[in-house]
Design a protein around this ligand. Structure first.
Ligand SMILES: Cc1cc2nc3c(=O)[nH]c(=O)nc-3n(C[C@H](O)[C@H](O)[C@H](O)COP(=O)(O)OP(=O)(O)OC[C@H]3O[C@@H](n4cnc5c(N)ncnc54)[C@H](O)[C@@H]3O)c2cc1C
Length: 378
């Protein structure tokens, strides 16, 4: 059986590893348009829940990546210069490049050598029993088939930078600028390194004139705006362009011998830090379905969808709600720091007072002491 994997991002490399482990005689080809050391972005985060999910399916991989991760227990929300810590929401961060390097080494041990610097354009010319589209948001595999894709664009603009300092928690800093409200998601992923992802509402973006500036100019402006957060550190660019987040979904997950995984199939807003986790879980679900259906693709591909879709829907819905909350963060910022932090932690869905107390006991007690009701607002 010949399997052709398009894309050596997290989903593509991980699918190759899993398939080879399950069935050593598979012929697996992985093509990647970029060189091995090229990547966009800086660090990615996994929630504790996300890692636990992955561990359940594949403890070996979690054991491989966990020692390279930075871990923290709290989320910090900074609003009106007041920092409020929300306990009980653990996260781990790792550099995207480091994660891919670990996967690449593991794939190499299994005899898989991706072909780098090779962009596959004509998907129809690939001769394989199964073509896995792990080629990200602008997937050629998706474009070559009938997948019924839908895209919803979030309103806010965001730009992804790195910075040369560490933070002690996954922090959300909200600031009121002379052009309107802005936000930065900042978290460490390696010693002395952090991701610094800046968001602006469309009105702020327009008033500040970010759309008319070149990259070095808006970087400088952002360094000024977030000077207190950066505390002397600089912003490090890496293809740092202002964009809007596209929520992609597909009605169909496979078409003939082509199947999609990861960002080629769906996206999940970065504010819940789950894109990479979902990409890896898709790979697990697809490979498990293939094995369970004894490698009969006509049975395995529908099974992949029917088993995976309900689980995926929950996280994707939470990500959509979270993204919508961020699109309106200027309105939420009218609240005082404690009600604001409470609003923030509930952004992806209703959390009952009991659940919140259990999940974040320290934060819940302090919120109540500061006059907030944990009852779910209608
Ligand atoms: C601003 C931002 C912040 C994020 N933060 C997080 C986070 O904190 N945590 C998290 O888990 N996720 C995060 N994500 C999401 C995460 O980056 C993606 O969900 C994840 O990378 C998806 O993996 P993938 O393998 O499906 O796709 P990708 O990582 O996009 O990989 C696709 C690969 O395919 C290659 N490729 C594309 N087309 C071709 C072709 N025609 N031929 C050959 N190769 C091709 C590409 O070069 C690429 O290497 C973030 C995303 C954004 C935009």
């Amino acid at each position: 059986m010949k399997v052709s994997i398009v894309g050596a991002g997290p989903a593509g490399l991980y699918a190759a590893i899993l398939l080879k482990r399950m069935r050593g005689d598979l012929e697996i080809a992985v093509a990647e348009q970029n060189p091995p050391d090229a990547t966009f972005g800086f660090g990615v985060v996994f929630s504790d829940d996300g890692l636990a999910f992955l561990r359940r399916d594949d403890p070996e991989t979690v054991d491989l990546i966990e020692p390279h991760m930075m871990r923290w227990n709290d989320i910090a929300v900074v609003h009106r210069n007041r920092r409020i810590d929300i306990d009980g929401v653990g996260f781990s961060g790792i550099g995207r490049l480091e994660l891919l390097e670990l996967f690449r080494r593991r794939a190499g041990q299994l005899g898989i050598r991706p072909t780098y610097n090779t962009r596959l354009e004509d998907i129809g010319s690939i001769r394989a029993d199964l073509i896995i589209g792990a080629d990200g948001l602008n997937s050629r595999v998706r474009a070559s088939g009938d997948f019924g894709e839908k895209v919803h664009m979030q309103a806010n603009y965001f730009v992804w930078y790195g910075t040369n300092r560490e933070f002690d928690a996954l922090t959300q800093s909200f600031v009121e600028t002379e052009w309107g409200p802005m936000n930065v998601h900042h978290y460490s992923y390696a010693p002395g390194r952090a991701t610094f992802l800046i968001e602006a509402a469309p009105t702020t973006f327009d008033r500040a004139g970010f759309g008319d500036m070149e990259e070095p100019e808006y970087r400088k402006r952002c360094e000024e705006i977030f000077g207190d957060v950066l505390d002397g550190a600089i912003l490090i660019p890496n293809n740092s362009l202002w964009r809007r987040f596209p929520h992609l979904s597909c009605e169909r997950w496979f078409d003939g011998n082509k199947v999609l995984v990861g960002d080629a199939l769906h996206t999940a807003h970065f504010s819940i830090g789950s894109g990479t986790r979902l990409a890896l879980e898709d790979a697990v679900a697809l490979c498990t379905a293939l094995r369970d259906c004894e490698w009969a693709t006509e049975k395995a591909l529908p099974r992949y969808r029917s088993k995976r879709a309900p689980i995926l829907a929950k996280i994707v819905n939470a990500a959509r709600k979270s993204a919508d909350w961020y699109d309106d963060f200027g309105t939420h910022m009218k609240k005082a720091p404690w009600p604001f932090a409470l609003d923030y932690i509930r952004r992806a869905g209703r959390i009952t007072p009991e659940r919140l107390r259990k999940m974040a006991p320290r934060f819940s007690a302090e919120a109540e002491r500061n006059g907030c009701s944990l009852e779910v607002a209608e």
